[in-house]
Design a protein around this ligand. Structure first.
Ligand code: ATP
Ligand code: MG
Length: 575
């Protein structure tokens, strides 16, 4: 490709819209342009990278035995109602109304569609296992689209769906995908690690996320260097000890706490109740019903864990207007000892089990209760691990101090069980002729997010450093004169033609610009190999070859193509 024939609108300065480095570089290197919040156009170089990532994904999916299909982006509302997700996924669904007033959703994922296909086409255990995948555009009405391709409203995802005869067979399918993901990300030049994760609106049984460590990542991961435990903070547990029990005896005592509305305020004189001797009482509306959550004063509720434990995808903190008629007091004086309506469930964090000599709100504005013994004085419906792990806590498995780091989720594998196959009728006849629902798994890769994650991980002060495997072009040839009659340009064209004939993707910078400008652009875009041809080196019968981020080498003209080929490597899938 000739630089002047394509479109590479590099920018000296990043547009104000970009907050994180990879987003700035995507824009500065001329890979994408914004149309609207979370909606982007891929310019020629960005599209080349995207195609290369897609190709790696495709090769590894095919290699793992998955078969490619293409499903519609327009989904009739009814299939989402049948699976129960029209409600649970409501917040992310883009809705479209047709001229006959029928509602459609723009696909944020495709479990429903593929399960309808399987329901129609799979009938016997002999047809299983099957794993279908597609690489296609997805739409999600994200509340906060940001960071460019990282959290977009329209993006490209690879989604795969496996159908198996048994749990055991489904585990094999899951493991195959897990292995394929490791190969995909490593071939893209990404360092990733897998963590245990929450299942969210997929509602499955079990899942792992593939994470790229990055300070700018939206996820937090708890990990242990001792035993390798790693889990998303939304799911992580720790081996933190329970609250120390003290001698029981004293009966509950009510005391006035005028103006005390926070845990912190109660720790101060004249009350001086340490946060770890307080019970924090939270009221949530879960699936439209109020519930009470008890957590120790110095702990934080983990909403995702809570929702997963009680099996809901729709929960939110209750408003003051909802709380007052329920408990007879305002936030700051809430508790679960008295005045809790019989039909309101009380969920307590494990760390409170057995705790006594605790202080909590009295459900009377301006009053608290002390000497509360949770198991004696509060009717707890169910105990769960509901708190958010903090750095340094002992690992749940081995006890070593765990750490927390930020990361970007690029892929997610889930075990779904029969969550979709039952309601949508994807069943098969087993060997004995009995009808059974297929056991499913689903597997997503954010393809466009992966493109940006590579940039987030591979860069320096001058720009992107593309891994060879996904570089827009592997080689950039920069003649220092573009006069068609100059020696430099003639040689540049010759090397360009030879490399092209060898199947190396190469771009020739034929712009009539100063060398400094061209070198800066080549570094900014991040071509892995730069070949410079200038009068000085030509006079010595040499060209300059410089791997991006590596040392400059002077190579004899006759040996130039071979030297570049050595650096540019193979295009093929590694064995
Ligand atoms: P997140 O927690 O980041 O919202 P998710 O759990 O909703 O992700 P999945 O439903 O598992 O994501 O989707 C599969 C993959 O699609 C994710 O691992 C991620 O790489 C990508 N993805 C999800 N949402 C977006 C988005 N808004 N923009 C770009 N990529 C996305
Ligand atoms: Mg999401």
């Amino acid at each position: 490709m000739l630089w002047t024939k394509t479109l590479i609108p590099t920018l000296r300065e990043p547009p104000a819209e970009a907050e994180i480095l990879s987003h700035k570089l995507l824009l500065r290197a001329g890979l994408i342009r914004k149309l609207a919040g979370g909606v982007y156009t891929f310019l020629p170089l960005g599209l080349r990278v995207l195609h290369k990532v897609e190709q790696i994904v495709r090769e590894e999916m095919d290699h793992a035995g998955a078969i490619e299909v293409l499903m519609p982006a327009l989904h009739p509302k009814e299939i989402w109602e049948q699976s129960g997700r029209a409600e649970s996924a409501r917040n992310v669904l883009f809705k479209v109304r047709d001229s006959a007033n029928r509602d459609w959703f723009l696909s944020p994922t495709a479990e429903e569609v593929i399960t309808v296909v399987a329901a129609g086409e799979i009938n016997s255990y002999r047809q299983l296992p099957k794993n279908f995948y597609q690489i296609s555009v997805k739409f999600r009405d994200e509340i906060r689209p940001r960071f460019g391709l990282m959290r977009a409203r329209e993006f490209i995802m690879k989604d795969a769906y496996s159908f198996d005869v048994s749990d055991e067979a489904a585990t094999t399918s899951y493991q195959k995908m897990y292995g394929a993901y490791e190969r995909i990300f490593s071939r893209c030049g990404l360092k990733t690690f897998a963590v245990e994760a929450d299942t969210g609106i997929m509602g499955g049984k079990y899942s792992h996320e593939f994470m790229v460590p990055a300070e700018t990542g939206e996820d937090q991961v708890v990990f242990c260097e001792g035993c390798g435990y790693a889990a998303n903070l939304e799911k992580a547990t720790s081996g933190i000890p329970r609250t120390a029990t003290r001698e029981v005896g004293a009966a509950i005592e009510k005391f006035a706490t005028p103006g005390v509305l926070t845990i912190e305020a109660l720790t101060k004189a004249p009350y001086s109740v340490p946060a770890n001797r307080q019970i924090k009482t939270l009221v949530y509306i879960a699936d439209s019903k109020p519930v009470i959550i008890l957590i120790r004063g110095d702990d934080q509720l983990n909403e995702t864990k809570f929702m997963a434990k009680i099996g809901t995808v729709a929960a939110r903190p209750a408003t003051v207007e909802e709380i007052v008629p329920l408990l007879g007091a305002r936030p700051g004086s809430l508790g679960a000892v008295a005045k809790v309506p019989a039909d309101v469930k009380v969920f307590a964090d494990e760390r409170l089990r057995g705790a006594n000599d605790m202080t909590t709100g009295a459900n009377e504005d301006g009053f608290h209760l002390k000497n509360v013994s949770i198991e004696r004085d509060i009717k707890v419906t169910e105990w769960f691990d509901l708190r958010t792990v903090t750095a340094g806590e002992p690992c749940a498995r081995c006890g070593q101090a765990s750490k927390i780091r930020r990361a970007i989720e690029v892929g997610h594998v889930y075990k779904l069980g029969t969550k979709f196959s039952e309601p949508l009728g994807a069943s098969f006849l087993d060997e004995s002729g009995a009808r059974k629902p297929a056991i499913m798994g689903c597997y997503g890769i954010g393809v466009t997010r992966t493109v940006q994650a590579v940039i987030e991980q591979c860069n320096d002060k001058d720009g992107v450093i593309w891994p060879l495997s996904v570089a827009p072009y592997r080689v950039c040839i920069t003649p220092l004169s573009v006069d068609p009659n100059s020696e430099a340009m003639k040689l540049a064209e010759k090397i360009y033609a030879e490399l092209t004939a060898c199947g190396v993707d190469v771009i020739l910078d034929d712009r009539d610009e100063r060398p400094g400008v061209k070198f800066k652009d080549a570094d900014l875009v991040g071509f892995p190999i730069r070949v410079a041809i200038g009068e000085k080196s030509l006079a010595k019968g040499e060209v300059e070859i410089k791997p991006r981020g590596g040392a400059l080498q002077f190579v004899k003209i006759e040996a130039a193509v071979e030297a570049v080929m050595k650096l540019a490597g193979e295009n093929q899938r590694p064995a």
